[in-house]
Design a protein around this ligand. Structure first.
Ligand SMILES: [Zn+2]
Length: 422
C-alpha cells in the first residue's frame, strides 16, 4: 500500500536510514538456529560443517565438532539433511520512532557441505513518540502448512496489525530502546511477550510492568491472550511474586487452569501451599480428576431426578413383567424393575441404557444378566417378536457368557409371551 498520511510519508523517508549490519546476521545464525549433530552407531555428522567424526566424542547428547569447533546437540537419526526456520527481533531508534524489526532465519544443511543460511526481514513496527503505530510488512499468507510471507516490505493496513508480529527465538542483544521503554524494564532480555506487544501493552498495564520487573515471564505471557485471568487471579499472582515462584511460559495457562480449579473447590487462593505447588503438572492433573469426578456426580444426580419423574410412565408400561427371573444356577436373569435400576446398570456397565431412554420404549423390555448379583450383560428383548435384540456387557462388549445368556433367555421366552397374551 502506498503511503497516504503524513506519518506514513515520514516513515517511507526514514526507512532508507534504517541500519543494516552483518553483525546481527551472524548473531542470528549462531544464536537462533540450533547446532545439530546427526549420529548413527558408527559416526556423527556435524550438520554445521558437514564433516563426520567419531561417536566417542559424544557425551550426554552433546559434542564439540573437531572440524569447526561448534558445540552440537546430538540426535540419533539416519537423516542426512535438515532444514530450520527461526525468528528473531531487533529494535532500534530512528528519530521520533522506536522501530521493532522481525526477521526469518533459514538454515539448510546436508552431509558433506557447509551449512547454508540466510535471513529475511518480514515486518517492522514503527512506534511514534506520540504512541501512534504503523506497520511495514510483507504480504502474509495463511496456508495449510502455516503462515508465510511474500512480496515486498510495504506499509500495510493497520487493521489487525498484530498478525504481522512473530514470537522470536531471540532478541538481538544490542537492540536500542528509547528511555520511555527502558524505564518499564523492556530490553533485549524480554520473554513471554514480543517486543511489540510489550511496548504497546506494558505502558498501559501496571500489572504487566510489575511482572516484567519481577522477571515473571511465564505469567507475563498471559497478557498475550489471557489478560482477564491476570486480573481475576492477581492476588494469587502476588503470592507467586512474593515466593519467587516461577511459572514457565509453556505452563502459564496450565497454572491459570489450576487456579480456576482451586477456586471452584473453594481452596484458599492466598495460600502459597495451594498457589505455588512444587509440581504444577501433578497438582493440576489431580484437580482435573477431582473436577471430572464432581461433574460425574452432578450428572448422576440429574439422571436420578429424571428417573423419579419417569418412574410412573415406566410402571404403566412394564409393571406386568416385574418379578420375572430365571437362572441356570450360575447366571441369574431378571427384569429391571425401576428406572433407578436402569441408571445403576448403565453406570456400572458403562453403556447408554438410561441415557437413551430404553426404560420408556413401549415394545421392548430390558433384563439384567448377573452372577452373584453383579451385572454381566444387559439384554433387550422385543415384546412383539419375542427375540433378543441385543445383549451387551461393559462398554458394549460381549462377555465370555454371551452365548450362554442368549440360550438362557431364549429358553425362557415363553414367560414373556404368555404375559403379553394375557
Ligand atoms: Zn563441524
Amino acid at each position: 500500500m502506498k503511503p497516504k498520511t503524513k506519518i506514513q510519508h515520514r516513515i517511507a523517508e526514514l526507512r532508507e536510514r534504517l541500519l543494516t549490519s552483518t553483525y546481527e546476521n551472524e548473531w542470528a545464525f549462531e544464536y537462533c538456529l540450533e547446532h545439530r549433530g546427526f549420529a548413527t552407531k558408527n559416526r556423527v555428522i556435524c550438520m554445521d560443517c558437514g564433516n563426520k567424526f567419531s561417536t566417542e566424542l559424544v557425551s550426554r547428547k552433546r559434542a564439540v565438532c573437531p572440524h569447526c569447533s561448534t558445540k552440537l546437540t546430538i540426535e540419533k537419526t539416519n537423516k542426512r539433511t535438515d532444514k530450520q526456520l527461526a525468528y528473531f527481533t531487533t529494535s532500534e531508534i530512528c528519530e521520533e520512532f522506536q522501530v521493532v524489526r522481525n526477521y526469518e532465519v533459514y538454515g539448510d544443511y546436508r552431509v558433506g557441505s557447509k551449512k547454508n543460511t540466510c535471513l529475511r526481514e518480514i515486518s517492522q513496527f514503527w512506534i511514534h513518540d506520540n504512541g501512534k503505530v504503523e506497520v511495514v510488512a510483507r504480504v502474509l499468507h495463511s496456508g495449510w502448512q502455516g503462515n508465510f510471507f511474500s512480496g515486498d516490505l510495504e506499509i500495510r493496513n493497520k487493521y489487525n496489525m498484530k498478525k504481522y508480529d512473530v514470537y522470536p527465538d531471540g532478541i538481538y542483544p544490542k537492540s536500542e530502546f528509547k528511555p520511555k521503554f527502558r524505564k518499564y524494564g523492556i530490553n533485549s532480555k524480554l520473554k513471554g511477550l514480543t517486543l511489540f506487544e510489550a511496548m504497546t501493552i506494558i505502558p498501559n498495564e501496571s500489572k504487566a510492568e510489575t511482572l516484567l520487573k519481577a522477571k515473571m515471564y511465564g505469567l507475563l505471557s498471559l497478557f498475550n491472550n489471557h489478560t482477564n485471568s491476570v486480573y481475576r487471579f492477581w492476588n494469587s499472582i502476588k503470592i507467586c511474586i512474593r515466593n519467587k515462584y516461577q511459572v514457565s511460559i509453556n505452563n502459564a495457562t496450565i497454572w491459570t487452569d489450576y487456579i480456576e480449579l482451586l477456586d471452584f473447590f473453594n481452596k484458599d487462593l492466598h495460600n502459597a501451599h495451594y498457589v505455588c505447588p512444587k509440581n504444577l503438572k501433578q497438582a493440576h492433573d489431580k484437580f482435573v480428576l477431582k473436577k471430572q469426578e464432581f461433574d460425574r456426580k452432578v450428572e448422576f444426580e440429574l439422571k436420578k431426578k429424571k428417573a423419579i419423574e419417569d418412574q410412573k410412565k415406566f410402571n404403566e408400561l412394564k409393571s406386568k413383567y416385574f418379578g420375572i427371573s430365571f437362572s441356570d444356577k450360575k447366571i441369574q436373569i431378571k427384569v429391571l424393575e425401576s428406572v433407578e435400576e436402569y441408571v445403576k446398570e448403565g453406570e456400572f456397565l458403562h453403556h447408554c441404557l438410561f441415557a437413551n431412554s430404553y426404560h420408556l420404549k413401549p415394545n421392548t423390555l430390558v433384563l439384567s444378566a448377573r452372577i452373584d448379583d453383579t451385572p454381566i450383560e444387559t439384554i433387550e428383548i422385543s415384546l412383539e417378536k419375542f427375540k433378543v435384540l441385543q445383549s451387551r456387557g461393559k462398554y458394549n462388549s460381549e462377555t465370555e457368557y454371551h452365548n450362554r445368556i442368549l440360550k438362557l433367555v431364549n429358553k425362557n421366552m415363553n414367560v414373556f409371551r404368555n404375559i403379553k397374551v394375557a
